[in-house]
Design a protein around this ligand. Structure first.
Ligand SMILES: [Zn+2]
Length: 563
């Protein structure tokens, strides 16, 4: 009935358009573990996650196949169907050897902010992304008639999904509480975006305390509200409900100030309120849904006859909240229950604007998350925290002892050591031999399961295990010299020895296993446990649309959803 029953008719009638959905909507839920779908199941409403599952198709066994499982690489992988080895997005940050400094995944000093004045927030583009996206391919296939727009609270959550050929990407600037873009895309914001920003929704959302949606006692899926491994908001005595957002956002906070300082900006702030705080609340997701719905209307997405558009939406606040409070927190549960309502709102709007069954929707995540270390330890479960500074210092100390003084380690990023190659050359040290030395040092440290040199990694082909994840995540011009694997449950503790909140980034199940739901146009109803990979998403979309896969795509179409 549905599915590609229409396909045999292809080419039978002259002038018939290729059957395609009117709109493709990608929904990425930042840091959504697979198990959240079912952990919160009994508390979800009928019109959000349950609607997608109840009518759509779920790939229950979908994993990432590279490390690091971070936001930039995840969003790039979903939309390019490529691993970092082919799309170049090896982390959120990496060391640029030829420049002798680090870079950020969407940083681009050749462009200027549009819609704001913060250079840190606005000098962003997809230039580091080296593969086309499914949106790029859709535009190529329709001779650029299709419109492709990405939006998110995070720059990397909107820019990378949309791709180099996108019409626009919008992200949130916490210094002025606005959705902004950069001159990579346009010279000035469209009127409708300026009008949306002028409504001042962030300030409104922050004008009320964050209370739990349900009575606190109902959050039986989560740890007690007050546990020592949660990070409260700056200025909060305990990390507990209600979170008094009007008070907590009243003063400009260090985060916003440091943003400006980093950019070398001296102009006074226009707002006395810390509008960046909304990122770490569920209301940033509501704001994202508001903006997505506005985009549907203003840009007539999926409403122009015979043209397929693509809207890439990423809900970032699940990630900020998850990092701050952990995977088992009431705050995290509450954020998902509220997101469920925001997704329901978005789906209802698709029915209204594009028409029931006319949009093809998929939902997935850019990575999962580990449980908080304190939570694991309280329940006698394995896990721990490693201090990146300690790892870096250990390598630096031993190399200094053996080979003399010098800045041996230039950077320790993505669990990878970047060695000072010019210094090695100067001291006539062999690169491969020094890499092996460093790997041996790292293997002696607590929490380290394996360490592999870049030379060894490139000399072999790894078909499974941590080596495979590292090989798929390795791109020689940007990757480090030695790559570390932590033990399961172990994570980078940014403020070691204090280990609070949680993170993600490794190749163990909790970081790689994510939801994958398809819903809407020609989607069969059902579920599958066949091993699916995130790189298969773009290939599957290409099959739905009868277009080329993105240029670096290594995935294959997931045939079951197509019937
Ligand atoms: Zn993320």
């Amino acid at each position: 009935m549905l599915a590609l029953a229409a396909v045999p008719a292809l080419g039978q009638k002259a002038g018939e358009p290729v059957p395609r959905p009117k709109l493709v909507v990608g929904i990425v839920v930042d840091q959504m573990r697979y198990d959240y779908l079912y952990r919160y199941w009994s508390k979800f409403g009928n019109d959000g996650f349950k609607r997608l599952l109840g009518q759509g198709f779920s790939f229950e066994n979908t994993h990432y196949n590279y490390v690091p499982t971070y936001t930039g690489p995840g969003h790039a992988c979903i939309y390019t169907g490529a691993t970092p080895s082919a799309n170049g997005i090896i982390g959120n940050n990496w060391w640029v050897r030829e420049e002798g400094k680090g870079t950020y995944v969407t940083e681009d000093k050749t462009v200027q902010p549009v819609g704001g004045t913060s250079l840190v927030a606005g000098q962003q583009s997809p230039r580091h992304l080296l593969s086309t996206t499914i949106g790029d391919e859709l535009r190529l296939a329709t001779n650029f008639q299709s419109k492709v727009i990405g939006l998110s609270m995070k720059d990397r959550g909107s820019i990378l999904p949309a791709g180099n050929g996108a019409n626009a990407a919008y992200w949130y600037d916490g210094t002025n509480g606005a959705f902004i873009t950069s001159t990579f895309y346009m010279k000035q914001l469209p009127d409708w975006v300026s009008k949306f920003n002028a409504r001042g929704l962030p300030a409104q959302y922050l004008s009320k305390p964050w209370e739990t949606l349900l009575p606190l006692a109902d959050y039986t899926e989560s740890s007690p509200d007050n546990v020592p491994w949660e990070n409260g908001f700056p200025g909060e005595v305990t990390p507990t409900f209600p979170h008094n957002l009007p008070v907590l956002s009243a003063a400009p906070v260090a985060a916003v100030k440091s943003l400006e300082k980093a950019a070398g900006e001296t102009q006074p702030k226009t707002t006395p309120q810390n509008l960046d705080l909304i990122r770490s609340t569920p209301f940033g997701n509501s704001l994202t849904a508001d903006f997505a719905i506005e985009t549907l209307h203003a840009e007539q997405m999926g409403q122009r006859p015979g043209i397929t558009d693509l809207l890439a939406v990423s809900f970032s606040c699940t990630d900020y909240v998850g990092h701050q409070f952990g995977a088992n927190a009431v705050e995290t549960e509450d954020t998902y229950l509220r997101l469920d309502r925001d997704i329901a709102r978005l789906l209802a709007e698709l029915d209204k604007t594009v028409g029931p069954g006319q949009a093809l929707v998929f939902l997935t995540a850019d990575h999962g998350a580990a449980h908080a270390v304190g939570f694991l330890q309280e329940h006698h479960l394995p896990g721990g925290g490693v201090g990146i500074g300690i790892m870096r210092d250990s390598v630096q100390r031993v190399l200094t002892h053996r080979h003399g003084p010098g800045a041996w380690v230039l950077d320790f990023e993505n669990l990878q050591v970047y060695l000072n190659r010019p210094l090695l050359a100067q001291k006539h040290l062999d690169l491969a031999a020094t890499q092996a030395e460093v790997a041996a040092i790292l293997r002696t440290l607590p929490g380290v399961a394996q360490a592999r040199t870049a030379t060894d990694l490139q000399a072999s082909h790894w078909t499974e295990g941590p080596g495979m994840f590292q090989e798929n995540g390795f791109f020689a011009p940007r990757s480090g010299d030695v790559l570390t694997v932590l033990l399961p449950g172990w994570l980078e503790a940014y403020s070691y020895p204090v280990i609070k909140g949680t993170t993600h980034g490794v190749s163990w199940q909790y970081d790689t296993h994510v939801p994958l739901l398809f819903w809407g146009w020609h989607v069969k109803h059902g579920e599958s446990v066949v091993p699916a990979r995130v790189v298969d998403i773009a290939a599957t979309l290409a099959r739905f649309l009868h277009i080329q896969e993105p240029s670096g795509c290594s995935g294959v179409p997931l045939g079951e959803v197509l019937r």
